[in-house]
Design a protein around this ligand. Structure first.
Ligand code: VGL
Ligand code: ZN
Length: 197
């Protein structure tokens, strides 16, 4: 059974948002059109408390888009985005959210980020998504959404490592592309056994 996993199609990741991905809004129609082809649709929602450790402005003297060492490894510091309950955290208004069976929120623990839909950035704290998918027999996963080189890539790589079939439809993603992160994410996905369609 096949699930479409729509990653972080939120206002803050679209043009005009706090962490805008170039062309992020262009993919909404394609994503909506894909939904009826799947047995299940899951949406993820980046969902950070105001004191979240991934926000540059919570680190004195740190600049946005710099990298710091956290107890769980390197972490890019981002502009404040997707704050719980804020207008930027809602889904893009044109996204067909009614079709979704599940919305999985991630990044809600103040001290740790969560790019992947499956684990926090320690690669150990689960979101519960793997159990949900396995319970429903959803073993073939297709990833779309934002951003290609962060949350989409980390999710697809974790899916492959967990034993799911994992495909990314690249036309239905857009990348942040920070210091070559798009090319690196493509290499990492291929190496993990993710199909790039
Ligand atoms: C994302 C950076 C920070 C993403 C989320 O959805 O790719 N990137 N939070
Ligand atoms: Zn985030």
């Amino acid at each position: 059974m096949r699930a479409l996993i729509v990653i972080d199609m939120q206002v803050d990741f679209c043009p005009g948002g706090a962490l805008a991905v170039a062309g992020g809004d262009e993919i909404v129609g394609a994503i909506n059109d894909l939904m009826p082809d799947f047995d299940a649709v899951v949406l993820t929602q980046d969902w950070h408390p105001a004191d979240h450790a991934s926000f540059a402005d919570n680190h004195p003297r740190a600049e946005a888009f710099s990298t710091v060492q956290m107890p769980y490894g390197p972490q890019v510091l981002w502009p404040r985005h997707c704050v719980i309950g804020s207008a930027g955290a809602v889904f893009h208004p044109a996204l067909a959210t009614d079709v979704a069976d599940l919305v999985i929120r991630k990044g809600f623990r103040p001290g740790i980020d969560s790019y992947s839909a499956f684990f926090d950035n320690d690669h150990a704290t689960p979101t519960g998504l793997a159990g949900y998918l396995r319970d429903r027999g959803l073993d073939d996963l297709t990833f779309v959404g934002l951003a290609h080189d962060f949350c989409v890539a980390w999710s697809a790589i974790d899916a492959a490592r967990l034993g799911f079939a994992a495909t990314v439809i690249e036309d239905a993603t857009r990348a942040i592309d920070l210091n070559g992160s798009r090319a690196a994410a493509r290499d990492d996905m291929r190496a993990a056994g993710v199909s790039l369609a």
